[in-house]
Design a protein around this ligand. Structure first.
Ligand SMILES: [Zn+2]
Length: 241
């Protein structure tokens, strides 16, 4: 399949290579296992990171994408550490949205520590909006995603729902571990990076926490701005007492 012919069901947009692996990798795995076409758009290439080079991170991102069963992964050239919500950046994202036409877009949660992360939430949302406008002078057929979800794993908020990733937890961790320049034990950045053996424990503990909220073993949390809609009370999951 030519890249230009590829259409995605789900597109995860993130500021940095490895953000998707950290916040919604299990959901990407589960979606692929259900036969959905998944894609990742990283806005930056990682040239400002304390560890590794942009070229190393590109190779690691490709390996991680393969582990996640993602059909397509690409990176824009927005400067790492300077993700800004500008018209120019919105247009770059719109061109991808119009090309691969996802029904669901996953964005980072809109509040957090790293400016690139919370800026990506607003930038991504606004790109999704203008992507649907017919009269914008941007290449491609207008397309507005149906659903926007915010991956809230690092946000201290109650999720709207969680996705059960129990069968995929080990592979989810392997996708993160593919970023050896970031996570393998080394001296550069030792004071700010978590030790390799801690990363596995953290990954599993966080997923276990969100799993417990819904009575499953491992899960990933999401926030949606819309309310949920129910067809049949008998099919509501998650036991109350
Ligand atoms: Zn990041």
């Amino acid at each position: 399949m030519e890249p230009s012919d590829f259409k995605a069901d789900i597109l995860a947009i993130a500021a940095h290579r490895d953000d998707v692996e950290q916040t919604c990798g299990g959901t990407m795995l589960r979606s692929a296992a259900r036969g959905l076409r998944t894609a990742i758009l990283d806005l930056t290439q990682g040239e400002a990171g304390t560890r590794g080079t942009a070229a190393q991170r590109e190779a690691e991102a490709a390996e991680a994408a393969q582990i996640l069963g993602v059909t397509s992964r690409e990176a824009l050239d927005i400067p790492d550490g300077c993700v800004e919500n500008t018209y120019e950046n919105r247009v770059k994202i719109v061109q991808v949205l119009r090309r691969i036409r996802p029904r669901v877009v996953i964005l980072p949660y809109w509040a957090g520590r790293h400016p690139d992360h919370y800026t990506t939430a607003t930038l991504g949302y606004e790109a999704c909006f203008i992507s649907g406008l017919v009269k914008m002078d941007i290449p491609g057929e207008p397309h507005r995603p149906y659903k926007i979800l915010y991956a809230s794993l690092y946000a201290d908020v109650r999720p709207s729902f969680v996705v059960d990733i129990t069968p995929h937890i080990e592979q989810r961790y392997q996708a993160l571990a593919a970023y050896r320049s970031q996570y393998a034990s080394q001296s550069a950045g030792n004071s700010i990076f978590v030790r390799e053996d801690d990363i596995r424990e953290r990954t599993f503990a966080t997923a276990r926490h969100y799993g417990l909220l819904a009575g499953v073993r491992y899960a990933e949390p999401f926030v949606q701005k819309e309310v949920g809609l129910v067809e049949d009370l008998m099919l509501l999951p998650v036991q109350s007492i």
